[in-house]
Design a protein around this ligand. Structure first.
Ligand code: FES
Length: 579
C-alpha cells in the first residue's frame, strides 16, 4: 500500500527538522535539497534511514550498496523518503585485535546516529558477524521502528568435488597441513574456492546464525536469513523490506514491541535447532540488556536442552547455507519447533502479525538438509552452560560441535598464559602434552585480549594431530568462530583478566568436564584456590583512547560483554539544536 502524507496518523519526529517555515526548518531542509530533492518530499512522509554497513574492507557486506538501492525502491513505492546512511562496519576478517572489540562502539554510534538525525524508521542493512548485533543493539536503545535485512550468504564453495565451508574448511585444512595431510600449494588453491561469490560465510557460522536470530526474534521478514547474496530473491527481499518499514512507521511498531522475552526464547530454541554459533549467546544477552529484559545464561541452558539440532549444516553437519535455502530455510525450522511445542507462536514480528502465521505453511524440500527429529545431529542441541569452581559465572559449550566421547573427561591441564604464549609453544614437540590433557588458555576474555577473540578453538599440537587425533578438551575465556568445532569450553566467567579462577589454573592441575551434569571443576581445594586468588595481580590497563574506555566499562561474557553504561533503552528524544 502506498501512503500519502494525509494518511499519517500523527506528526513524525522528522517533521521536527523538516516541517514548518522557521529558520531551523529551512536550514535542515534547504541543505538536503542540494541533493536534488523536490520540496514535496518534506511534506510529512516518513524519513527512512537505510543504515548501511557496506565497506570495501568488510567484504562480506561488499554488495550492500546495490541492495540498498532495492530497499530504497521499496520505501519510495510505499510512500516513504529513503536516505542511505553509512554506519560503523566492524569487519570480522580484518579488524584487529578482534571485531568484537568494536561491536559496542558500532552499537553506540548507530544509537547516536538514529537519535540525532531526522529518522522515523530504519532499515538495518547488515551481514558480517558483528554488524547484525551492533545495529540491533543501537536500534533497540532508541526504540525507533526498525527492520533487519541481511546481505545473505555466499554460494557454496567447492574444491575437488567437496564442499568448502567458510571458516570450517580453513580450520580443517590448517590442521591437515600440520598433520602432514595437505600441501601448502593445495591450501592456496583452495583459498579461492572458499569465497566464490558476494555474501557472508556460507556455513552456519556467526553471520548466518545472527541472520537466523534476527528472523527468529521477529526483526526481519520471514525467510530472510538463508537467501544467498546473489540470488535475485535477495533483492526482492530487500525491496519488500523497504516497503514494510513504511507501514511499520505508520503503525508505530517499535523494537520494544517485538523484542519480548517470548521472542528471545524463540531465538534461543532456534539456535539449538540450527546448531548456531556460541557467539549468539553474548549478542542476545547484550541485546536483551538494551530492552531491559532479564535474560540469563540459565535461560540458554534451560531452553536449549531438549532442542534437537535438525539443520545439517557445517560446522555441525554436512551442507551449506545455499542448500538450507533450497530446503526451505528458517521458516521450516520455526514450523518444526511450533509443532513440537517449542515456539511462542503468538510472538509479534515486523510483519505486524504472529510468527506462527508466517511459518505455518512452510514445507521442507530436502529432509537430508533439514532432518527429521529422529535423525537429528544431536537430541540436545542447545548451548550447554557449565558451572563450577572454574567458572562461577558460567561457561558455554556447543554440544553439536563437540565429540561425544569427550563430554565427560578428566585430564591434566596444560596452561597457556595468553595467546602469544600459546603460539610460542604449541608447535614445540618438547611440550609435555597428549590427547588426554586439557588445554587451558587465559586472558582472552572481553577485558583480557582485549575484545574476547575467537581463539578458544585453539589448534591441537602437531604431535597429537599426527596420531590422527582431531579433538581435545579446550577451556578458555575466549569465544570461537561460529564456523569452528570441537569440545571447546568458552566464555569462562569471570574471565582471567577480571580475576576469575581461570587466572590461577596451573599446568599439572587436574580438570573435570562433565557436560551432562553441566559441571566444570578445577580439582584443587577451596583453600588452595583462595590462596592462589589472593596472590593474583590484575594486568595493567591501556593508558587512553577507545581501548581504555573498553577496558574500564566492558562487562563479562556471562551478561553479554556490553558496556555497563549502554544498558537499557534511552529512547529517541533529543534536544533541539541552537541555530
Ligand atoms: Fe564476515 Fe564470516 S567473516 S560473515
Amino acid at each position: 500500500m502506498t501512503f500519502t502524507p494525509a494518511d499519517w496518523p500523527r506528526k513524525l519526529r522528522s517533521q521536527e527538522w523538516y516541517g514548518g517555515t522557521s529558520r531551523d526548518n529551512i536550514y535542515h531542509r534547504g541543505w538536503l535539497k542540494n541533493q536534488g530533492y523536490p520540496h514535496d518530499l518534506f511534506d510529512g512522509r516518513p524519513v527512512i534511514a537505510i543504515l548501511n554497513t557496506w565497506g570495501e574492507l568488510t567484504p562480506c557486506n561488499g554488495h550492500l550498496r546495490e541492495l540498498a538501492e532495492k530497499v530504497k525502491a521499496g520505501v519510495w513505492e510505499a510512500g516513504g523518503f529513503p536516505l542511505e546512511v553509512p554506519v560503523f562496519s566492524a569487519s570480522e576478517n580484518t579488524f584487529r585485535p578482534t571485531a568484537m572489540m568494536y561491536r559496542n562502539l558500532a552499537a553506540m554510534a548507530v544509537e547516536e546516529v538514529m537519535r540525532a538525525q531526522p529518522i522515523d524508521g530504519a532499515v538495518l542493512l547488515v551481514g558480517c558477524d558483528k554488524t547484525t548485533p551492533s545495529l540491533l543493539m543501537g536500534a533497540a536503545s532508541t526504540d525507533i521502528p526498525s527492520i533487519v535485512v541481511t546481505g545473505g550468504p555466499m554460494l557454496n564453495g567447492w574444491f575437488r568435488g567437496e564442499r568448502v565451508g567458510s571458516g570450517t574448511a580453513l580450520w580443517q585444512m590448517s590442521e591437515d597441513i600440520k598433520a602432514g595431510k595437505m600441501s601448502q600449494e593445495d591450501f592456496l588453491e583452495a583459498e579461492q574456492a572458499m569465497s566464490r561469490s558476494s555474501g557472508t560465510c556460507n556455513t552456519m557460522g556467526t553471520a548466518s546464525t545472527m541472520a537466523s536470530m534476527a528472523e527468529a526474534l521477529g526483526m526481519a521478514l520471514s525467510g530472510n536469513a538463508a537467501i544467498p547474496a546473489v540470488d535475485a530473491r535477495r533483492r526482492v527481499m530487500a525491496q519488500m523490506t523497504g516497503r514494510r518499514i513504511v507501514q511499520m512507521v505508520k503503525d508505530d511498531l517499535k523494537p520494544s514491541d517485538i523484542l519480548t522475552k517470548e521472542a528471545f526464547e524463540n531465538a534461543i530454541r532456534v539456535n539449538g535447532a540450527i546448531g548456531g554459533s556460541t557467539n549468539a549467546v553474548v549478542h542476545l544477552l547484550a541485546l536483551a540488556g538494551r530492552v531491559g529484559l532479564d535474560l540469563t545464561l540459565d535461560d540458554w541452558d534451560r531452553l536449549g536442552r531438549d532442542v534437537p539440532t535438525i539443520v545439517n549444516l557445517m560446522p555441525s553437519g554436512k551442507y551449506l547455507m545455499e542448500e538450507f535455502f533450497y530446503a526451505g530455510g528458517l521458516p521450516v525450522v520455526l514450523k518444526r519447533l511450533g509443532e513440537a511445542g517449542m515456539l511462542n507462536k503468538e510472538a509479534l514480528t515486523v510483519s505486524g502479525g504472529a510468527i506462527w502465521d508466517e511459518v505455518a505453511q512452510a514445507r521442507n524440500w530436502n529432509e537430508d538438509v533439514i532432518l527429521p527429529a529422529d535423525r537429528a545431529l544431536t537430541q540436545s542441541g542447545g548451548i550447554a552452560v557449565l558451572k563450577g569452581n572454574l567458572a562461577p559465572g558460567g561457561a558455554v559449550l556447543k554440544p553439536s560441535a563437540a565429540s561425544a566421547e569427550l563430554m565427560q573427561h578428566r585430564g591434566r591441564a596444560v596452561v597457556f598464559e595468553d595467546i602469544d604464549d600459546y603460539k610460542a609453544r604449541i608447535n614445540d614437540d618438547a611440550l609435555e602434552i597428549d590427547e588426554t590433557c586439557v588445554m587451558v588458555l587465559k586472558n582472552c576474555g572481553p577485558r583480557g585480549y582485549p575484545g574476547m577473540s575467537e581463539v578458544g578453538n585453539m589448534g591441537l599440537p602437531p604431535k597429537v594431530l599426527k596420531k590422527g587425533i582431531t579433538d581435545m578438551v579446550r577451556i578458555s575465556d575466549a569465544r570461537m568462530s561460529g564456523t569452528a568445532y570441537g569440545t571447546v569450553v568458552l566464555h569462562t566467567a569471570p574471565e582471567a583478566a577480571m580475576g576469575g579462577p581461570l587466572a590461577v589454573v596451573r599446568t599439572g592441575d587436574m580438570i573435570e568436564l562433565d557436560v551432562p551434569a553441566r559441571r566444570i571443576h578445577l580439582d584443587i581445594s577451596d583453600d588452595e584456590l583462595a590462596a592462589r586468588l589472593a596472590d593474583w595481580t590484575p594486568p595493567g590497563a591501556p593508558d587512553s583512547g577507545y581501548a581504555r574506555l573498553y577496558h574500564d566499562h566492558v562487562e563479562g561474557a556471562d551478561t553479554g560483554a556490553d558496556f555497563d553504561f549502554l544498558k537499557g533503552c534511552r529512547g529517541n528524544e533529543v534536544p533541539r539544536d541552537s541555530h
